[in-house]
Structure formats: structure tokens, C-alpha cells
Design a protein around this ligand. Structure first.
Ligand code: CS2
Ligand code: MN
Length: 356
């Protein structure tokens, strides 16, 4: 198991690599190339340049998050083949640079959705929060505006400005796509990219949908264990895996995260795990919380134990943290709470391993 933190290059992160290096137990970062438009190739030289920057700080770059999937691929348009070919080239380039795990998602139009990126908790910290009625009262354009206002000038992964103008038309498009068609579009993509990932020694890990239920009438597939099993069967090899995000799947209280984590790790289909916690106010309303079990609804000890017992040997990162101690950073991606979270999770891992 390796503990990593997410980091955004090209000055688009408030947290210097040198500070990440000082977090005990963290071996590397999950990063991305923000300036490349969705669908275009990530050139080898650009990947190597970022890798060298990361290496110079004494950290590893074995995980990339995210290479976004072009909307035409998700929609199944004829133009998808060009974008899939580019994706295959990007995987080869990443493999050549030593990347071992690629995290991506197949959510239509929107990556994650929240209606408040700076919701204040009683202790004065701020967190990302989700209120179902509030989200349903918005449309993607108003959500994008509200997010931009809260983002403190940082780009938000999945809400890149170039995606916004087409959102309304894209949502309309998906009204005419059935779930089975959407599964087929996913399979078409996997059949083309997974063999290249295998050749390149890169494990692909799909990120679950967040929230794990439908909003704005968009199809959501990676929402719980049954659909995850269906996903894994679409292309049944190790390189076709999951980036298990406990905070995303944990939005639905019916998802049994320790059991899902154990099943995926035991099956060798879990290259990457995002650990964060959520605290529900109702089944469809929640705040993100500190990582500790006592702060949210997820039992982090049970999740870590399930991973350990199943022989998990992938990457873990503490996903979003709270904003604390006056830190100014991209929502969810400040240093302080993620550093605390990483060391809490490493402590659990050490305890579980020494007790076994
Ligand atoms: C993040 C995602 O919010 C989260 O849970 O981990 O934004 C994640 O980076 C993407 O969905 C991966 O494609
Ligand atoms: Mn996540």
C-alpha cells in the first residue's frame, strides 16, 4: 500500500510539493495535465516534464487523476473513435513515464455535484456539502456559477470552464439514451483502451458516480456493488478496475463500504482507493466530514481492515479534507486536513497490520 496526495501542477495548487514531501508516510502524488483539452493526447514530453518536477521534490508519480473521457465517447457518437485513439496514445505515454494507475470517471456531463463548497460546520471549519433539494433547484449552469464563486480562483476538477457552455444541450442529449445504451458506450470504450492499458502496465480505475444517484435525468452507472460487478464483467481483466471513493459511494447509506472494499481488493480489481467520510442529515443530504470514523457515517477502521485482510496493494489517498486553520486552497484540497487524514489512515493501517 502506498499513501499519496492529489496535487495540481502549473501553479494551480496552493500546496507546494515540498510540503507534501513533509507529510509523514506519503510517497507520491496523483496528478494531471490541466492545460490539455479533454480528448486530446497528453504528449510524452509534457508528462515527463511534470514527472521530473515531482521527482525533484523526492516524490513519485505513479498515479494520474484524471484523464477525462470526451463526452462524444460517453454519448457514443461516430467522432468517438478519434478521441478513443487519443486516449490510447495517452495511456501508452503514461505507461512510458512509469505511471501505474490511471483514475478516470464515466459520469455524463458533470463530474461530482455539490451545492455548497464552503459549508460551515459548528467548529468553524468549512466543507463541501450536498443538499438534494438545493441541487434539484439548480441547473448545471447555475451550479457551475455557484461553484466558481466558491472555488477561490482555482480550477475545479471536472468543472473545467470549457465544459460549461455545452452542458444544457448535453443534458438534453442524454434524455434519449437508455441505460443499456450507456453501458454499451462504456463497453466500447473499455474494449478499446483496456488492452492498451495491459500492454502499458497501467491499471485503469473508474471513479464512482458522485452522488451515487441520478440528478438532472442523467444516467449514473457506478453507484453500488451490483453495477460495479456488471462493470468489471464488461472487460474481465485486472487492468479494468475501480478507484473506490468511499465518500462518493458513501453518499448512499445502503452501500456497505467495508464489504465493497474487501470484495474489490480480494478480486485484484482495486488499484486505487479514495478515503473520505460523509455525515448524513437525511438519506439524500450530507456534509463531507473529517476522515475519522467518529466524525462521519463511515467506519474507516472497518474499511482499512477489509483492505488489509484482502491483501490490498494499491494506492490510497485521503480524498477531500475540510478547510481548517485559516487555510486558503482549492475546496477539498487544502493541505492541513488531508495531512491529518493521511496520518490517521496510516495509523489505522499500522494498527491493523500489527494486530494481524
Ligand atoms: C474526486 C473526483 O470528488 C472526488 O471524489 O476524487 O473529482 C475524481 O477526481 C474524479 O471523479 C476522477 O475522474
Ligand atoms: Mn474521489
Amino acid at each position: 500500500m502506498k499513501m499519496i496526495l492529489r496535487w495540481f501542477p502549473h501553479g494551480d495548487d496552493s500546496v507546494p510539493l515540498e510540503y507534501i514531501k513533509q507529510v509523514p508516510g506519503v510517497s507520491g502524488v496523483a496528478t494531471m495535465l490541466p492545460k490539455i483539452p479533454v480528448g486530446e493526447v497528453w504528449p510524452l514530453e509534457a508528462v515527463l516534464e511534470i514527472r521530473d518536477t515531482i521527482w525533484a521534490a523526492g516524490l513519485e508519480m505513479e498515479v494520474v487523476e484524471s484523464v477525462n473521457v470526451h463526452e462524444d465517447i460517453k454519448k457514443g457518437l461516430p467522432s468517438r473513435d478519434r478521441y478513443i485513439e487519443n486516449y490510447r496514445t495517452t495511456i501508452r505515454n503514461l505507461g512510458q513515464a512509469g505511471v501505474k494507475c490511471l483514475c478516470y470517471n464515466f459520469m455524463p456531463v458533470l463530474d461530482w455535484a455539490r451545492n455548497d463548497l464552503a459549508h460551515r460546520l459548528p467548529d468553524g471549519s468549512t466543507v463541501l456539502s450536498y443538499r438534494d433539494a438545493g441541487v434539484r433547484a439548480m441547473n448545471p449552469a447555475t451550479m457551475a456559477q455557484s461553484m466558481e464563486k466558491d472555488a477561490g480562483g482555482y480550477s475545479l476538477p471536472g468543472w473545467e470552464p470549457d465544459r460549461i457552455p455545452a452542458m444544457a444541450a448535453d443534458i438534453e442529449f442524454y434524455r434519449n439514451i437508455t441505460h443499456d445504451e450507456y453501458w454499451n458506450n462504456m463497453k466500447y470504450f473499455l474494449d478499446a483502451v483496456i488492452p492498451v492499458a495491459e500492454e502499458s502496465c497501467v491499471k485503469m480505475g473508474i471513479h464512482p458516480d458522485d452522488p451515487p444517484w441520478e440528478i438532472f435525468g442523467l444516467p449514473k452507472l457506478i453507484t453500488g456493488i451490483e453495477n460495479i460487478r456488471r462493470f468489471l464483467a464488461l472487460h474481465d481483466v485486472e487492468a479494468n478496475g475501480v478507484s473506490l471513493c468511499t465518500g462518493s459511494l458513501g453518499g448512499n447509506l445502503e452501500n456497505d463500504l467495508p464489504s465493497i472494499a474487501g470484495e474489490l481488493a480480494a478480486g485484484g480489481r482495486l488499484p486505487f482507493t479514495h478515503l473520505r467520510n460523509v455525515k448524513h442529515l437525511s438519506p439524500r443530504d450530507f456534509d463531507e466530514s473529517a476522515h475519522l470514523s467518529q466524525c462521519g457515517d463511515l467506519d474507516m477502521f472497518a474499511i482499512i481492515k477489509a483492505l488489509y485482510d484482502a491483501g490490498f496493494d494499491g494506492y490510497i489517498r485521503p480524498d477531500h479534507g475540510r478547510m481548517i486553520w485559516g487555510e486558503v486552497a482549492r475546496p477539498g484540497y487544502g493541505l492541513y486536513d488531508r495531512a491529518i487524514g493521511a496520518n490517521y489512515l496510516l495509523g489505522l493501517w499500522e494498527a491493523v497490520s500489527k494486530m494481524s
